[in-house]
Each structure stands twice: as C-alpha cells, then as structure tokens.
Design a binder for this molecule. Structure first.
Ligand code: A2P
Length: 273
C-alpha cells in the first residue's frame, strides 16, 4: 500500500553503515536472497555472520544476525532470508529493490569457520531452511577443498521449492567456468549433495536427524557412519534442529569446537523471524 511505501525508510540518505542493494531474487513466498555492495574495509572468514537491517519506524536501526552467503573473495555480499509477514525486520526487508540501502554493521563473527575445527578427512554441512546460507559461502571457499577430501551438504526443507536456492548454487559451482577455475574440477567432485523434504514428496523424504539415526544417510551415500577420527561437521538451522543434531553428533563421539578451541563440530543458529 502507499502508506507502507511511505513508511519504508530504505531510500533515506545518510543511513548509518549504509550499503546499496545490487540484486534481489525471490525463491518462494517464504524465501528470498539479495546482494549488496561490500564495504571496502570489510574482511571476514567464509561462514561468518554480520548484523544487517533497516531503520525501524522509530528511527532506530532494526538489526538481525545474518550469515554472509557469499564467499570471502567476492566483491559483493549475498544474504539468504526468510520472509515473515509480521516479522519486525523481514516484513520490510522483503520489499527491498536494487538501488535501495540497507544497514550493515561491518563486524563479522561466528563459529562456522574452518579455524574452529581440527583437521579431518570429511566435512558435513547440515542445514535446514535458510541455514543453508553459511554453507553457500563455504562451498565457494577454496579452503574447504584444501582441507577436506569429501564434502557432504545436507539440506532439509519443507518442500522442493525451498531447496532451489541451494540446488542451483551447487549446480552453478559445477557448471560455471569461473568457479571451476577457482575451485578446481576435481575438487568440485568432492561435493555430495543430500537434499531432503519433510512435507512434499521428493526422492528423499524425512528429517535429516531421523535419517542419520536410522543409518539411511550412510546407506544412501555408501559410506561408513560418522567417526570422530575422520569426520567434521558444521550445523546451521532452527534451535530445535541444532539441539537434536548436537545430540546425534555427540553420540558419534564428536565434540563441539570454538574459534579458540577447535574440535570436531560447530553449530550456529540460522536467522529466524
Ligand atoms: P518438519 O516439516 O518436520 O518440521 P522450517 O521451515 O520450519 O524452518 O523447517 C525447515 C525444515 O527443518 C523442515 O523440513 C522441518 O521439518 C525441519 N526441522 C525442523 N525442526 C527440526 C528438527 N528438530 N530436526 C530436524 N529437522 C527439523
């Protein structure tokens, strides 16, 4: 409505820490991704998050933590977001268009970084919903391929359409000449993509947590179960998902790591609401 447009503060000049939107893509009525300019001084490690947002109706910044979905080498920053119709931020953020400005606090932090894991042979990226974002960064990060011989990315969503951002990203890695040159064709063959849906028919149905517990994942991929001597994991999804997956990983003997104390797995909550 006109009233909503008038209230939208994104086109106001002199926003603190302003960055300009360069592209927006709507994937479903619940999901969209967008790209913004990158502050020249911003350095981050692939997998980290920053605070981004808009000015709220009260004139104060309304900020939320968002994983950076683009890799550390990219000139721009990419984000992958849910749209919540009554969410304080995403009800507005979903209407941004190229040329609009958003607020981006240039202080990257986070635990889904290679430094927080001990060396290993195989890395698992476990995502639900928009929890795919940090892995969109790490899958485009050369270090991922230097550090591991096998990379398994699982993504659980309600329906097939919600998998599309991740599916296209992985497909583009393997078909985009620039990506192949940067990451190496043999390295890209290390990726094993394991998408599952819970509310719509697809080739593999069910929560990844259940598929790990009953061994289906290992049987499908033709691999041995998770082993602390060889396997490392990063987890990003809803709070309930993170809690359930932590328990499963601990059950396999993996221990939670941190930047200052690297171990076998790390967890971060995906932005919600
Ligand atoms: P489900 O449909 O069984 O709830 P959402 O869109 O609500 O963020 O959920 C994204 C996906 O994560 C859905 O497929 C959902 O399955 C799944 N999910 C939610 N909670 C958990 C959990 N605790 N363990 C495993 N998967 C979960």
């Amino acid at each position: 409505t006109q009233a909503a447009t008038d209230a939208t503060p994104v086109k106001m000049p002199a926003l603190p820490d302003a960055q300009t939107v360069t592209g927006v893509k709507h994937w479903t009525d619940r999901l969209f991704s967008f790209r913004v300019t990158r502050p020249q001084t911003l350095r981050f490690r692939s997998g980290e998050f920053v605070m981004i947002g808009l000015l709220g109706d009260n004139g104060k910044p309304l900020l939320r933590a968002y994983s950076i979905a683009s890799p550390a080498w990219d000139d721009e920053l990419e984000f992958y977001s849910i749209k919540v119709q009554d969410g304080p931020l995403t009800s507005k953020l979903q209407h941004i268009e190229p040329g609009d400005q958003i607020i981006l606090r240039p202080k990257p932090v986070g635990t889904l970084v290679h430094d927080a894991l001990l060396p290993g042979h195989r890395i698992w990226f476990f995502a639900t919903g928009t929890g795919f974002a940090p892995f969109a960064s790490l899958l485009r990060e050369p270090q991922t391929y230097e550090d591991y011989d096998e990379i398994i990315i699982t993504h659980t969503c309600r329906d097939v359409a919600e998998l599309e951002y991740g599916r296209q990203l992985i497909e583009s890695l393997k078909s985009d000449e620039m990506m192949i040159e940067l990451l190496g064709r043999e390295n890209l063959d290390k990726i094993r993509y394991y998408p599952t849906t819970t509310r719509e028919q697809s080739p593999r149905m069910g929560r990844i947590t259940n598929l790990l517990k009953d061994g289906t994942v290992f049987a499908d991929l033709g691999i041995d179960p998770i082993n602390p001597a060889t396997d490392r994991a990063m987890v990003c999804g809803s709070l309930g998902f993170n809690v359930d997956l932590k328990e499963i990983l601990e059950g396999f003997g993996l221990r939670e790591g941190a930047n200052s104390d690297p171990k076998e797995y790390v967890v971060e909550k995906a932005f919600v609401g």
